[in-house]
Design a protein around this ligand. Structure first.
Ligand code: BG6
Length: 498
């Protein structure tokens, strides 16, 4: 129990001791996200002090050099000095080269216990460019590190899980050659966000929403993740991926599945995944209806009063690049619950605001008895799930304005999560779940394949049937996206304020 709350899963105390091996430990992801999150878990008492963290990279480096480098990235403040000193003792460095089996054998020597010695749990985190995933997984397997010999062995991969269905299957085959499905943790950090986790609780722990959660009462759903950031230093990856692979294949389709899925019989990872996969399977392929798809790319413009470069001028981006940085896909789910309800998903970089939000638009009242008195039509009820920057759920409804007149006004019931600085961020949560073997927040291979099947036909159409320049609307950085999208974006961005 936490303050009277009923807990299904409450990881208090440290996880089992484990050897954490970070491949790509000198890279950006490890420095920016992974080590800060590991330190947070350590401070919160979730990382077992018996655990050890081995950072692996291609260069030569001493343990102390690596610890110093990590300290610069994590930048613990003065009050954390003592904790940092204890944490840094857990860290060591190992030079690893995928083409050099001997370097993997040396790593394995420290990770596979000798006969009669206690079992070792191992967690491999691939903080590597996606192009290296297959080679890394294969090398780990060749060194015998995927085998579970008393302890467990798990591997963590980050998106992108392939580039299309074929490459996703090939990555999966490489991973499954040495690990089984229960050992593979494919991360989607959106699933660890507090408000995202709350979606299933909100839907299935309350009796009042589920009867309305269908085509009879819901008119449309919008799922948006707009950003002000540009491509930054990730052009090498992004220019071959684009927004559809970067944001839709994973985060937005996960949000869609949480909103659209049927209730599983039990709150267990596999049962939840089963229901999500059914949603992905029911996604109707987008055919000739061009209105269901819009793409754009940011030009130059202003963000926060500062001038920013166009996408094509970003370092590492091809001068003639036709990679979309904005997309709207209106998805249709062909099943009894959702037939005819559009799910509009939008994401883009360098837009006016960073907002992550889901809007459930309910149908209008079937008959307005106020029609003859009020000139205006009655606004629909809306349920808004704000994920960023606010973490809240708002339900809008009509109410009479107090006084002698008969006037209606839209009011909002609001529940907001409190923000505290001791919270473990999304990365910390997924890491903790990996350590605890909790699989709810991760992708399962069949789900990944279904999302690729859906997106492959969109991407193929986009890449082949529309000449570059005609397909891609250039929008000013800091704006509301391509011209034709502005009205919709404005509506969705201001929805939370009503
Ligand atoms: C990542 C994408 O998965 O999600 C990035 O690769 C994007 O391009 C990021 O910026 C957005 O995450 P968040 O949590 O800031 O909404």
């Amino acid at each position: 129990m936490i303050n009277g709350a009923q807990c299904i899963f409450n990881p208090s105390g440290p996880a089992e001791p484990c050897r954490i091996v970070v491949l790509g430990a000198t890279g950006d992801l490890a420095g920016r996200k992974l080590f800060p999150s590991l330190f947070t878990l350590f401070k919160a008492g979730h990382l077992n002090p018996e655990s050890r963290i081995t950072g692996c990279g291609r260069g030569e480096m001493s343990d102390d050099e690596f610890r110093r480098m990590t300290e610069e990235k994590v930048s613990p403040d003065d009050s954390e000095g003592e904790q940092w000193r204890r944490f840094r003792q857990l860290i060591s460095y190992h030079r690893l080269d995928f083409n050099d089996d001997a370097s993997f054998a040396a790593l394995a020597a420290g990770l596979i216990p000798e006969e009669g010695k206690p079992a070792v749990n191992r967690l491999f985190y691939l903080a590597l460019p996606p192009s290296s995933y297959e080679r890394a997984a294969t090398a780990i397997g060749r060194a015998g590190l995927g085998r579970e010999d008393g302890g467990w062995s798990r591997i963590v991969v980050e998106k992108p899980f392939g580039h299309d269905l074929t490459s996703a299957r090939s990555l999966n085959a490489a991973l499954h050659a040495c690990f089984n499905e229960e050992q593979i943790f494919s991360i989607d950090h959106y699933l660890a966000k507090e408000t995202v986790q709350n979606i299933l609780v909100f839907r299935f722990a309350n009796a009042i929403f589920e009867p309305l959660w269908n085509r009879q009462y819901i008119d449309s759903v919008a799922i948006m993740a707009t950003e002000t950031l540009g491509v930054g230093h990730r052009a090498a990856y992004y220019d071959t991926a684009g927004v559809i692979r970067d944001m839709f294949q994973n985060h937005l389709l996960q949000l869609l599945s949480l909103i659209a899925m049927d209730p599983p019989a039990r709150f267990e990872a596999d049962q939840v995944q089963d229901e999500k996969v059914k949603v992905f399977r029911a996604l109707k392929h987008i055919s000739s209806n061009h209105d269901d798809l819009a793409i754009g790319q940011y030009g130059n413009g202003e963000i926060d009063d500062g001038k920013v470069a166009a996408y094509r001028e970003e370092p590492g981006v091809a001068a003639e690049s036709t990679t979309p940085t904005y997309a709207r896909i209106t998805a249709h789910i062909d099943n009894w619950r959702w037939r005819g309800v559009p799910f509009t998903m939008i994401s883009g970089k360098r837009l006016e605001k960073k907002i992550t939000r889901i809007i459930i638009n309910f149908r209008r009242v079937p008959h307005s008895l106020f029609k003859d008195i009020l000139a205006d039509t009655i606004q629909r009820n809306k349920l808004i799930i704000n994920i960023y920057p606010d973490e809240e759920i708002c339900l809008s409804f009509q109410s009479k304005v107090q006084g002698t007149h008969l006037c209606l006004n839209q009011e909002v019931m609001r529940f907001a999560f409190a923000t505290g600085d001791d919270q473990i961020d999304a990365y910390g949560r997924v890491l903790l779940d990996c350590l605890n073997g909790e699989r709810l927040l991760f992708w399962r291979q069949d789900g990944l394949e279904e999302t690729w099947k859906y997106l492959d036909q969109i991407l193929a159409r986009d890449n082949t049937s529309r000449p570059p320049g005609q397909t891609l609307a250039i929008y000013a950085a800091g704006s509301l996206g391509p011209n034709r999208e502005e009205k919709l974006l404005r509506h969705l961005l201001t929805a939370g304020k009503q």
